[in-house]
Design a protein around this ligand. Structure first.
Ligand code: ACO
Length: 348
């Protein structure tokens, strides 16, 4: 039995933060940001919107576009590095907002690899035979932990969410073997130093702005290229596939130069590599599902996809999947607005 993606939803806030706007507030330029990262703009949620709002909007988009009974969903896995609260779980809030009355839910934090980790957990739950319908969502409100006075990081991140429904299939479509990696020696190179149990929020942390994300950009860049290249090669080998058999690559969207270096090392033509970093920046747990959502019409039955990610931790990984039969679509693709925050959350 395999786990296969049968429905997809996505959501980004309507508010756009352009490079021009950033260059008016920190010492950078539109050209520098676009040339060094590939990012032209990113979406930013307003202060009344939390990660659970983004996640439930993506799930609502899934339900609005595919014929799925929400009461049949048995579990919700929320990958996020920016939970609504340290406690309670964001997944509980999303279960409530999305009407997943028969599902249990929990959060997973593996930073930019969170969605891939959660997808692997969800697939294993389906393949065990114990569950038949699971929603995996990647959602982050990165603007809540980004320091808009730090030009090294504020140019990179955006807010968004993407969700997939995993179901069982007896065909050979669906998720193949996955490789997930963790190297805790990288923790200090990319983290939010304060606000957790190590350094609870204090006057000092606010003064020194250590409640915001810090990154050794150039070091992380090199690690990301090497790790995503190697783990992708290993995942291809584990699934007995050659790079030439991959129809589409869905890479984590952290920097276009990282994406290009990884695809070059795999010898995969750039036309096969899905990129939306120009419009959304790095949405952390949401980059992969947002990419699946953005480009879903391009994926055809039986095509092979390669997903690879790298993020804080360090955490990284890769998987291959054979695109399966999607659930029947509803007649009209609907526009989503969020009831909580109708003026701000307008569907992309
Ligand atoms: N505008 C202008 N100049 C800048 C900016 C900016 N926004 N940011 C840095 N610079 C300067 C630096 O100060 C430095 O100047 P110097 O040479 O005078 O010292 C110069 O540009 C080069 O700095 P680098 O840090 O080497 O720049 P780089 O080309 O590496 O780009 C970036 C920086 C975009 C952050 C890149 O390193 C990167 O993308 N890193 C990886 C990000 C990533 O993959 N993160 C993992 C996932 S995120 C997660 O898990 C949450």
């Amino acid at each position: 039995m395999n786990a296969v993606i049968t429905a997809i939803g996505g959501f980004v806030p309507s508010s756009i933060l352009t490079n021009k706007k950033i260059s008016e507030t920190v010492d950078t330029s539109e050209e520098w940001i676009e040339k060094r990262t590939g990012i032209k703009e990113r979406r930013i949620a307003d202060c009344n919107t939390a990660t659970s709002d983004l996640a439930s909007a993506a799930i609502e988009n899934l339900f609005e576009n595919y014929n799925v009974d929400r009461l049949e969903v048995e579990a919700l896995l929320v990958a996020t590095a920016t939970p609504d609260h340290i406690l309670a779980p964001t997944a509980s809030i999303v279960c409530e907002k999305s009407g997943l009355a028969n599902a249990f839910g929990f959060d997973m934090n593996a930073a930019c690899s969170g969605f891939l980790y959660a997808l692997e957990m969800g697939a294993n739950m389906i393949e065990s035979g114990r569950y038949s319908k699971i929603i995996v969502v990647g959602a982050d409100k990165m603007s809540s932990i980004v320091d808009y006075e730090d030009r090294n990081t504020c140019i990179l991140f955006g807010d968004g969410a993407g969700a997939v429904l995993l179901e069982k299939t007896e065909s050979d479509n669906g998720l193949m073997k996955t490789i997930l990696k963790t190297d805790g020696s990288g923790t200090s190179s990319l983290l939010v130093p304060s606000g957790g149990s190590r350094n609870p929020t204090s006057m000092q942390s606010l003064l020194h702005r250590t409640n915001y994300l810090k990154q050794e950009g150039a070091f992380v860049f090199k690690k990301a290229v090497a790790s995503m290249s190697q783990v992708s090669q290993d995942a291809l080998a584990k699934n007995e596939l050659h790079a030439a058999q991959i129809d589409w690559v869905i890479p984590h969207q952290a920097n276009l130069r990282i994406i290009n270096a990884v695809s070059e090392s795999l010898n995969i033509d750039s036309e096969k590599v899905k990129v939306n970093i120009d419009r959304y920046g790095n949405t952390t747990s949401a980059t992969v599902p947002l990419c699946l959502w953005d480009f879903k019409e391009d994926f055809k039955l039986g095509q092979n996809l390669l997903i690879t990610t790298f993020g804080a931790g360090f955490s990284w990984g890769a998987t291959c999947l054979k695109w399966g039969v999607m659930r029947e679509k509803k007649a009209v693709e609907t526009i989503k607005t969020d009831t909580v925050n109708e003026n701000v959350l307008v569907a992309h």
